[in-house]
Design a protein around this ligand. Structure first.
Ligand SMILES: *Cc1c(COP(=O)(O)O)cnc(C)c1O
Length: 425
């Protein structure tokens, strides 16, 4: 990170005035392609010998501004914007995995990630072991000679679980593999996983980074710290690439080999690029990220304290509460805060959950998180319904569980809405 504070980076990083037009706000470069100076220039661009724009599937200046901002906020060397958070994960794994390889992942991942890794990746002969990462020894025990990465969330949805990133990074590095961290719920305002040893950070920009619920997107940030050649397990990066005249990415690109592999191989061939319009909306949202996260966290804490005393509520799982089992890790990794998304259990079970989400008025019943608006969902009847009951319980999304993403409205209105909703439940 530069020596500027993160609040300043959220406003300014990556978004200097436009070099050609002097427009102060980064324009939406709504173009598919960019004109070559001449044949030699084109050849240099295609051979990755000269940096520059070719075609928006590979790069686009609006996306480039978002990538620079994200790299600065996370303290990485470079980033790649993608069509969605899941596309970011897919491209990151695709760059590291060969058929028959293996991921060690947390049982507490976002439900969509459990599906992606546990089911769809099998078609590529990529395998996974899901372990309870609360005890990092479980991660060490699951690593095999086929393991290519460890994947956790810094702050996991929906259980409010905080990963011990430094311990997990040590285990990963002892095994010669990178730690990949999904930092979606914490955002770089609360946690910068690279500072704790993570090698790669992925984000769904759909959530807090965009912050206004108007565009799906994702980003991969490369710390530049992992030595892919030395590890000897990543032939896509460290062996001659036939689609670039035998270029070896680790030799040609040094500490940005991974992120260039994600772009010039994965993005080029698989294609999940972010639309420039979505990059623009996300950039606009990110200018207030630090302010929104502060209010989100204050509201979430006040609501969690109120719910804890409510007679229809069995438990509240929020790392921002002093008595919470993850509060110490929140102190270590999230500045003592718990984020804006948390779960609570209803004494009335599945039916009470369904009645509550039907009765709320201010809260929107949606599958999104990280919006300015307060959002609510009953995972067991929606996001996690594809999982078996056992898998739901393991993911912290059993029938009693309600998840809220607390918005930035006035706290009294938020509490009043849940009060009347719980009355109906
Ligand atoms: C939403 C989410 C994703 C997936 O992101 P999309 O942008 O919806 O593809 C991944 N991880 C976490 C923690 C999420 O909340």
């Amino acid at each position: 990170m530069t020596d500027q504070r993160i609040d300043t980076l959220a406003v300014h990083a990556g978004t200097e005035a436009d070099p050609t037009t002097k427009a102060r706000v980064t324009p939406i470069y709504q173009t598919t392609s960019f004109v070559f100076d001449d044949v030699d220039h084109a050849a240099g661009l295609f051979d990755l010998e000269i940096p520059g724009n070719i075609y928006t599937r590979l790069m686009n200046p609006t996306n480039g501004a978002l990538e620079a901002k994200m790299a600065a906020l996370e303290g990485g060397v470079a980033a790649l914007a993608t069509a969605s958070g899941h596309a970011a994960q897919f491209l990151a794994f695709h760059t590291l995995m060969e058929p028959g390889c293996h991921i060690v992942a947390s049982t507490r991942l976002y439900g969509g990630s459990l599906n992606q890794i546990g089911h769809s990746f099998r078609k590529m002969d990529w395998h996974a072991s899901f372990v309870d990462t609360d005890d990092p020894a479980n991660v060490a025990a699951a690593i095999t000679d086929k393991t290519r990465c460890i994947f956790v969330e810094s702050l996991a949805n929906p259980g409010g679980v905080i990963s011990d990133l430094a311990a997990l990074a040590k285990i990963a590095h002892d095994a010669g593999v990178p730690l990949i961290v999904d930092n979606t719920l914490a955002t770089p305002i609360l946690c910068r996983p690279i500072e704790h040893g993570a090698d790669i950070v992925v984000q769904s920009t759909t959530k807090f980074l965009n912050g206004h619920g108007n565009s799906v997107g994702g980003v991969i940030v490369d710390s530049g710290n992992f030595d892919w050649a030395k590890a000897g397990k990543y032939p896509y990066l460290s062996e001659p690439n036939p689609s670039y005249h035998g270029k070896v990415f680790t030799e040609a690109f040094g500490n940005v080999a991974f992120i260039l592999g994600c772009r010039a191989l994965g993005m080029r061939d698989l294609g999940p690029q972010m639309a420039p319009m979505n990059a623009f909306l996300t950039l606009t949202g990110m200018e207030t990220l630090h302010l929104r996260v502060e209010r989100h966290c204050a509201n979430a804490l006040a609501l969690a304290e109120w719910l804890q005393k409510h007679p229809k509520v069995e438990w509240v799982s929020y790392a921002g509460l002093p008595g919470d089992r993850y509060h110490a890790l929140a102190g270590k990794y999230l500045g003592g805060k718990g984020g804006a998304v948390f779960t609570f259990g209803l004494k009335g079970g599945y039916d009470a959950g369904v009645r509550l989400v039907s009765a709320v008025k201010l809260f929107s019943h949606v599958a999104n998180m990280g919006d300015t608006r307060s959002l609510i969902i009953h995972p067991s009847s929606t996001t996690h319904r594809q999982l078996s009951l056992d898998e739901q319980e393991l993911a912290g999304a059993g029938p009693k569980v309600v998840r809220v993403s607390v918005g930035i409205e006035h706290i009294d209105d938020i509490i009043a809405d849940l009060a009347q909703g719980l009355e109906a439940a």
